[in-house]
Design a protein around this ligand. Structure first.
Ligand SMILES: *Cc1c(COP(=O)(O)O)cnc(C)c1O
Length: 360
């Protein structure tokens, strides 16, 4: 068996320990004689799995009691519709557009009400986070929406926007559990888990209880109402059971690493190795404004499409996978999520140095 260094933006690298544990439990989950995949989601064993997963996530993120944790399906993209359907009581919401995912969320919200684009960084291909200290927040906005870490462009909010008292809704798909977070600053925090937590197929929604009501847009399907899932502890219908089980293992792995404070220190250390190199390199350059750099997704270019392609090809041959940038930006992108070991980044930088010398 040989494992590569996987820099994929998602689905992405998972902790090896977790994968091994899952493999050990594959045929017989703790004496049940069956795999978690084959188990009723109403069984005692599964109830324990989902309850422990929630408890561990609550502990990791210090989630207050007046927030619900929902394990749902449909990916992060389904939330682009669920959020307006459930939260647009006045039919108005403000969107800050810092990348493709925020843009898609904004466009989806336009289908359900009056969505205002109150700030954008599209003028410079989303290479920065706009100043959000004094935006024209709509008086009747039901919420202000952000995508906190822009997976494709590699930017991250270093301070949350001033929402002037309005509910903040944040897509944290690509920075989930990468650092400590103050949940009380948000009405909704959500993310697909396939970037930093688990296998594709699960989206986690952390939502303040007062936002969960029956007062949703007319025609909202039962399955798309937060209340349906909140009232049934994410077991209204069959949940993405195996995915949740793996997420639970990752929560335990993060706890063992020392929690989110330790995760942040680890991620800062990794990102610094790569950014320091990009700053001194004569060949490779980071593509975003320094103050807005993401700890998770690091895009870079050589300035030549040919060299970019050569780099991606040679890197792959050397065991560094999925370094090609998003199809909309080109160049390269190294996603260095929680489970990427520090050696992966060190070795990548060594490889980049050699490539630079060889192609000077
Ligand atoms: C990947 C990603 C999405 C889309 O996730 P799906 O689960 O594929 O719908 C949305 N937002 C962000 C920030 C992402 O990184």
């Amino acid at each position: 068996m040989s494992r590569v260094y996987n820099f994929s933006a998602g689905p992405a690298v998972l902790p090896e320990e977790v994968l091994k544990e899952a493999a050990d439990e594959m045929l017989d989950y703790r004496g049940t004689g069956m795999s978690v995949m084959e188990m009723s989601h109403r069984s005692k064993a599964y109830e324990t799995i989902i309850q422990e997963a929630e408890a561990d996530l609550r502990e990791l993120m210090n989630i207050p009691d007046n927030y619900k944790v929902l394990f749902l399906q449909g990916g992060a993209s389904q939330q682009f519709a669920m959020i307006p359907m459930n939260l647009m009581k006045n039919g108005v919401a403000d969107y800050i557009v810092t990348g493709q995912w925020a843009k898609k969320a904004y466009q989806e919200a336009c289908l359900y009400g009056k969505a205002n684009k109150i700030a954008s960084s599209e003028d410079q291909t989303f290479s920065y986070i706009p100043d959000c200290s004094d935006l024209p927040i709509s008086e009747d906005a039901d919420y202000v929406y952000i995508c906190e870490n822009n997976t494709i462009y590699g930017t991250k909010y270093q301070t949350l926007p001033n929402t002037k008292g309005k509910t903040l809704v944040s897509d944290v798909s690509s920075c989930f559990l990468s650092e400590p977070v103050d949940v009380t600053k948000y009405g909704v925090i959500y993310g697909g888990v396939q970037k930093n937590i688990g296998p594709a197929g699960v989206v986690i929604v952390i939502i303040r209880e007062d936002l969960i009501t029956d007062d949703v847009l007319p025609g909202t399907p039962t399955m798309l109402k937060y209340k349906t899932h909140a009232d049934n502890n994410s077991l209204y219908n069959t949940p993405p059971a195996y995915g949740i089980y793996i997420c639970g293992k990752v929560f335990k792995w993060i706890k063992k690493q020392g929690g989110l404070v330790q995760m942040k220190a680890h991620n800062e250390k990794k990102a610094k190795i790569l950014y320091d190199f990009l700053d001194e390199s004569k060949l490779f350059k980071g593509t975003v404004r320094k103050e807005d750099r993401s700890l998770m997704n690091v895009p870079f270019v050589t300035g030549s499409q040919e060299l970019d392609a050569k780099f991606v090809k040679e890197a792959k041959e050397a065991g560094f996978e999925n370094l090609k940038g998003h199809r909309s930006v080109g160049g390269m992108r190294a996603s260095i999520y929680n489970a990427m070991p520090i050696e992966g980044v060190e070795k990548l930088v060594e490889f980049m140095k050699k490539f630079e010398e060889a192609n000077a």
